[in-house]
Design a protein around this ligand. Structure first.
Ligand SMILES: NC(=O)c1ccc[n+]([C@@H]2O[C@H](COP(=O)([O-])OP(=O)(O)OC[C@H]3O[C@@H](n4cnc5c(N)ncnc54)[C@H](OP(=O)(O)O)[C@@H]3O)[C@@H](O)[C@H]2O)c1
Length: 420
C-alpha cells in the first residue's frame, strides 16, 4: 500500500481484538463462512496471533486466511500457525531486490522471502504469492515468478493492475490483462484456467497441465502404496495400478474419492506423471508391454536393482545406475530418479518430520520433469535435493554414499561437496 498518501487513524478508533471477534461472530451468524485478515498490513498489529487464535476457534468458520506484505512474517509465522492459521497470501511483485524496494517503496525482498520459507516450515499450506503485474515495470518477471513458486512449492497468483480511485497512478496502458498473463504462462508451462466463473475477474487462477495434479502409480506394493497414500493426503488424485486391480479395493476405499484403482495402462493414461515402484526384474517386461505409453511421461523411478532378486537386468543397472538403465528401457520417458533411498516404513515415519524435513536426492535429464517431481517430493513431506543429470544418480543408488541417509537437505548438500 502506498504508505505516505494516507492519513493514519487514532489508536482508540481501531477495533480491538474483542470487537473484531464480536463482529466475526455476527457475520458468521449471517452465513459468512470465510474470513481474510488483510490491511494495510495485518502483521504490524501487535500480537496478531492472539486475534488468529480467537478467530480460528470460532465455530462455523470454514476458512481463515491472511494477506500480508511478508515483511514481518519470518518472526511471526510459527506463532500464527500455532494459533490456527493454515494458509497465507504474500504479496511479491518482483524477485529483484532493487525493483522490489522501488515498487513497495521501502520493502526488503530478503525479509519477505525469509517470511515465505518460515511460513512453509511452520506447515502453512497453501502459501500463495500474489503479484500485481504492471506493464513496463515488472511484466518481464511473470515467468520468473511462476518458476520460483513452482520450484519452492508455493502457488502463484497474478492480479491485473487495477484502478483504485487513482491513488496508484493507474492507466490502461500499464494494465497487463489476465488473458495476456495466462498466455505468457501457458507458453512456458502449459496451464488451464480454473476456479473462476467470470472471465472478467482480475485474478489469474490456473493449474498446471504437466501433472502437478494427477499421478498414476505403477506397482502399488510397499513403496508405491505408501507414496500414493501421502499424495492423496496432500490433495492429489491418484490412480493406483496393479495387474489385479480388484486387490487394491480396500486401499483405495480407505483413501476416499481422490484414490482409485486400475490397470497399468489406465495409470499411464491417467496422468502425465507416473510413479514406478516395481522389482527391477519386471522393468524389461513393462518396457515391452507399454513402451509407447511411456513416451513423454514424467516417470518418477524408485526401483532398486538387486542382483539376487532381479536377474540379468540388475547387472547393467548396478553398473550404470538404475536411472540410465531405466532411460534406455523406457525410451522417450522423462525419467526422474527419486524415492529409492528410504524403506517404505521410513517414508511413513519420516514424512513431514516435525524437527525438519528429510532430504530426498533426485536426478534427471529433463529440467521440467525435475521441477514437477520436486513438487511431489515436497507434497509427500520431504525436501528435494537435485543432484544433476541421471548419470549422477549413482551417488544415491544402493551401495552409494547417499543411499539410506536420513539427513536434512542442508546436510545432504554439505555431504555432496565432499563427494567426487
Ligand atoms: N520396499 C521399500 O521400502 C522400497 C523403498 C524404495 C524403493 N524400493 C524399490 O521399489 C520397488 C518396489 O518395491 P516394493 O517393496 O514396493 O515391492 P512390492 O511390495 O513387492 O510391490 C511391487 C509391485 O510391483 C508390481 N509388479 C511386479 N511385477 C510387475 C509387472 N511385471 N508388471 C506390473 N507390475 C508389476 C506388483 O503389482 P501387482 O502384483 O499388483 O501387479 C507389486 O505390487 C523395488 O524395485 C524396490 O527395490 C522399495
Amino acid at each position: 500500500m502506498p504508505f505516505d498518501e494516507y492519513t493514519w487513524i487514532e489508536r482508540q478508533e481501531v477495533l480491538s481484538f474483542e470487537e473484531i471477534e464480536r463482529l466475526a461472530r455476527l457475520f458468521l451468524g449471517f452465513g459468512v463462512e470465510k474470513i481474510r485478515l488483510t490491511g494495510g498490513e495485518p502483521l504490524v498489529r501487535k500480537n496478531l496471533h492472539q486475534l488468529v487464535r480467537r478467530l480460528s476457534g470460532l465455530q462455523d468458520l470454514l476458512d481463515l486466511s491472511l494477506t500480508t506484505n511478508g515483511a514481518l512474517l519470518a518472526e511471526q509465522a510459527s506463532d500464527l500457525r500455532a494459533a490456527g492459521l493454515q494458509r497465507i497470501n504474500v504479496s511479491i511483485d518482483s524477485l529483484k531486490a532493487d525493483r522490489f524496494r522501488e515498487m513497495t517503496k521501502r520493502g526488503n525482498l530478503d525479509d519477505v522471502l525469509k517470511g515465505l520459507f518460515a511460513a512453509q516450515k511452520a506447515g502453512m499450506k497453501p502459501i500463495k504469492i500474489n503479484a500485481v503485474i504492471i506493464r513496463g515495470i515488472n511484466d518481464d518477471e511473470i515467468l520468473d515468478l511462476v518458476g520460483f513458486a513452482r520450484d519452492n512449492g508455493f502457488e502463484m497468483r497474478f492480479i491485473e493492475y487495477m484502478d483504485v480511485g487513482n491513488a496508484n497512478a493507474w492507466s490502461l496502458e500499464k494494465t497487463v490483462t489476465k488473458k495476456e498473463i495466462l498466455e505468457k504462462v501457458h507458453a512456458r508451462f502449459p496451464v488451464r484456467e480454473v476456479g473462476r466463473a467470470h472471465g472478467s475477474a482480475p485474478a489469474v487462477d490456473y493449474e498446471f497441465l504437466d501433472g502437478a495434479g494427477e499421478i498414476g502409480i505403477i506397482g502399488s506394493g510397499n513403496i508405491g502404496s505408501t507414496l500414493g497414500t501421502l499424495w492423496v493426503k496432500s490433495g492429489h488424485p491418484v490412480l493406483f495400478s496393479s495387474r489385479h486391480p480388484e486387490e487394491l479395493k480396500s486401499l483405495v476405499d480407505g483413501l476416499g474419492p481422490l484414490a482409485r484403482a486400475g490397470t497399468v495402462s489406465e495409470a499411464l493414461s491417467f496422468s502425465n506423471v507416473v510413479f514406478i515402484g516395481v522389482p527391477y526384474g519386471a522393468y524389461p517386461q513393462i518396457s515391452k508391454d507399454y513402451a509407447k505409453e511411456f513416451v513423454g511421461k514424467i516417470v518418477i523411478d524408485a526401483g532398486n536393482a538387486v542382483l539376487a532378486r532381479d536377474g540379468e537386468i540388475a547387472k547393467p543397472a548396478r553398473e550404470n545406475g538404475v536411472g540410465l538403465t531405466s532411460a534406455k528401457l523406457l525410451a522417450g520417458a522423462r525419467i526422474v530418479r527419486a524415492f529409492n533411498i528410504l524403506s517404505f516404513r521410513k517414508v511413513v515415519n519420516l514424512s513431514n518430520r516435525p524437527e525438519g524435513r528429510i532430504a530426498i536426492p533426485m536426478a534427471g535429464d529433463d529440467e521440467e520433469a525435475l521441477k514437477v517431481a520436486s513438487g511431489l517430493v515436497r507434497d509427500a513431506g520431504f525436501e528435494p535435493v537435485i543432484l544433476g543429470s541421471l548419470q549422477r544418480s549413482k551417488v544415491f543408488e544402493q551401495g552409494g554414499p547417499l543411499y539410506g541417509q536420513e539427513i536434512s537437505a542442508q546436510e545432504m548438500r554439505e555431504r555432496l561437496k565432499t563427494l567426487p
